[in-house]
Design a protein around this ligand. Structure first.
Ligand SMILES: Cc1ncc(C[n+]2csc(CCOP(=O)(O)OP(=O)(O)O)c2C)c(N)n1
Ligand SMILES: [Mg+2]
Length: 592
């Protein structure tokens, strides 16, 4: 039997489970694992500049491609606690990442050793398994189980904590005969799908709410086929955005309190039946449940049995992987179609499309300082359907969801539930590592950008080029807007006179200088007409220098973005589009 250190066995298992990349930073307590990675030579390591950054890089890496599992590695103590935010955003969005930490030697765990912290206990509620491996011979089983859990059922992260002496201990392990454990994914029965389709057939105004579970199951094509077969309009959730292309005739718009379209909400409110697939009825999607559910019948398909009924009781629940359910939905719908048993939905589809063509928000403003809406209009012009967008939270992200267009699954990469500021830059870098051939465009507000700004140096060091659109209002904009309810503007200002950069006009941080200092390229624009040319210039700079390129757009300080507390009371703050020229990049042209 081959003998090797437990750390060597761990690395051998990573390789056999398909891992080719890791994100992290070493420390004394994890050096044996780094030594094993070095001996193996098959894992490309990206050195983060902040350990939280490594965890978000791992998330970006997983989210970019079906089957990927991002691995982040850190030492004992603060490295593990830094990665807790990544474990939270991964678990909240059902994203598998494997977090590996070093730990004090087993015999010293109880002695308050240097950087000994009970990271497994801290990570417990955020992971599918969090384990400090105390016996070297358990290391292979812990890793094998980790991959089984991350891939089974509702995907999510795992933490494995390896004491220093456990990593170094020699064990018997045969990598050649190692085999991944089977993956468990519940699948709907035909009877369940028939029943759901019978309920859909009885409806007059049905919609599908398409969640991130469809993206996780790599089942966007099946969703599209099913929607087309049954002529059912689709409302993607924020995590499901891209499952159906934005220019598809059945795309009905997103619904919700913030990241939503006016026509999306109106269509949900007009519907009488909702088939939710791989979604979790997030509160920013539903708003008040009385409004959301009144007069509608609900079927909920989810891979996790305890998700059915968690937020409200559906009329019918099916426990299934989204892909397995959709395969059967397509099969039964095909049979019904050829038997001429599917309802004619022409009038309902036309009604939804009409809403899309009349209920648009205005994007075309010529104001200086620039209004944010105009930035997204210019981005729609500059970036094609192949673009992958990455964002996290803020007015910037909310407006992006209202105005940008997404055409493919995994092309809107967003920390939907947790929304940690600082997520965007490292996640974008993880996406670049996962797919160097697809253009990546990150979007941040100034505050999100300043969290984890140092990770730009990782992009410069490892030649991970992407465009980072930075919309700068020198405000914690989303929080400023929500403070209107308290009649205050308190502790949310980021503006100051920068003694080194009078040219930023009181907007505080000179992001261009910082980005350049970190080895990136950066441009700043202050007039709407400059945005388009700057984005084109950024593409050239990115190709020439192979580093992240920041395009900072100086916005007007105060712009309120549409939002509300119920689907039927979203407040509009700006003029609505009345003519085509008001929303020139809208996918469906405004009816004249
Ligand atoms: C780690 C963390 N702390 C606090 C928040 C709360 N928060 C959400 S958005 C926001 C302000 C974001 O400002 P900015 O990035 O400039 O975007 P803007 O809203 O101005 O477009 C804050 C503080 C958060 N999401 N994450
Ligand atoms: Mg801001």
């Amino acid at each position: 039997m081959p003998r090797m250190t437990a750390a060597d066995a761990a690395v051998a298992i990573l390789r056999r489970e398909g891992v080719t990349n890791a994100f992290g930073l070493p420390g004394a307590a994890i050096n044996p694992f780094y030594a094993a990675m070095r001996r193996d030579g098959g894992i490309t390591h990206t050195l983060a500049r902040h350990v939280e950054g490594a965890s978000h890089m791992a998330e970006g890496y997983t989210r970019a491609r079906a089957g990927n599992i991002g691995v982040c590695v850190g030492t004992s103590g603060p490295a593990g606690t830094d990665m807790i935010t990544g474990l939270y955003s991964a678990s909240a969005d059902s994203i598998p990442i494997l977090c590996i930490t070093g730990q004090a030697p087993v015999a010293r765990l109880h002695k308050e050793d240097f950087q000994a912290v009970d990271i497994a206990a801290i990570a417990g509620p955020l992971t599918k398994m969090a384990m400090t491996v105390l016996e070297p011979a358990q290391v292979p089983g812990a890793f094998q189980q980790a991959f089984h859990l991350m891939r089974s059922g509702r995907p999510g992260p795992v933490l494995i904590d390896l004491p220093f002496d456990v990593q170094l201990a020699e064990i018997d392990f045969d990598p050649d005969t190692y085999q991944p454990l089977p993956v468990y994914k519940p699948a709907a029965s035909r009877a369940q799908i028939v029943k759901a389709l019978d309920m859909l057939a009885e409806a007059e105004r049905p919609i599908i709410v398409a969640g991130g579970g469809i993206i996780n199951a790599d089942a966007a094509d099946l969703l599209t086929e099913f929607a087309e077969l049954t002529d059912t309009p689709v409302v993607p959730t924020l995590m499901g955005w891209g499952a159906l292309p934005d220019d598809h005739r059945l795309m009905a718009g997103m619904a919700g309190l913030q990241t939503a379209h006016r026509y999306g909400n109106a269509t949900v409110l007009a519907s009488d039946f909702v088939l939710g697939i791989g979604n979790r009825w997030a509160n920013r999607h539903t708003g008040g449940l009385a409004t959301y559910t009144a007069g509608r019948t609900f079927v909920h398909v989810d891979i996790e049995p305890t998700q059915i009924g968690r937020v409200f009781a559906p009329d019918y629940g099916i426990v299934s992987d989204a892909g397995a359910a959709l395969r059967l939905f397509v099969e039964v719908a095909r049979e019904r179609k050829s038997a001429g048993r599917l309802a004619d939905r022409t009038a309902w589809i036309e009604e939804c499309r009409e809403r899309r063509a009349t209920m648009q928000r205005r994007t075309h403003f010529d104001n200086v300082p620039i209004k944010p809406q105009r930035v997204y209009e210019e981005m729609n012009r500059a970036f094609g359907p192949e673009t992958r967008y990455v964002s996290t939270i803020g007015l910037s992200q909310i407006a992006a969801a209202q105005f940008l267009h997404v055409y493919r699954p995994r092309h809107w990469i967003n920390a939907g539930q947790a929304g940690p500021l600082g997520w965007t830059t490292p996640a974008a870098l993880g996406v670049c590592v996962a797919d160097p051939d697809t253009p990546v465009v990150a979007l941040s507000g100034d505050y999100d950008f300043q969290f984890m700004i140092e990770e730009l140096a990782v992009g410069a060091q490892f030649n991970l080029p992407y465009i980072h659109v930075l919309v700068n209002n020198a405000y914690l904009g989303l929080i400023r807007q929500s403070q209107r309810g308290f009649d205050m503007d308190y502790c949310v200002q980021l503006a100051f006179d920068n003694v080194n950069a009078p040219e930023v006009g009181g907007y505080g941080v000179d992001h261009v200088k910082v980005a350049e200092g970190l080895g990136c390229k950066a441009l700043r624009v202050t007039e709407p007409g400059e945005i388009g040319p700057a984005l084109e210039e950024a593409k050239k700079l990115m190709a020439e220098y192979r580093v992240p390129v920041v395009v900072e757009v100086i916005l007007e300080r105060v712009t309120n973005i549409s939002m509300g507390t119920e689907l039927d009371n979203v407040v509009e703050f700006e003029d609505l589009a009345e003519r085509r020229e008001d929303a020139p990049t809208a996918v469906v042209a405004l009816l004249d």
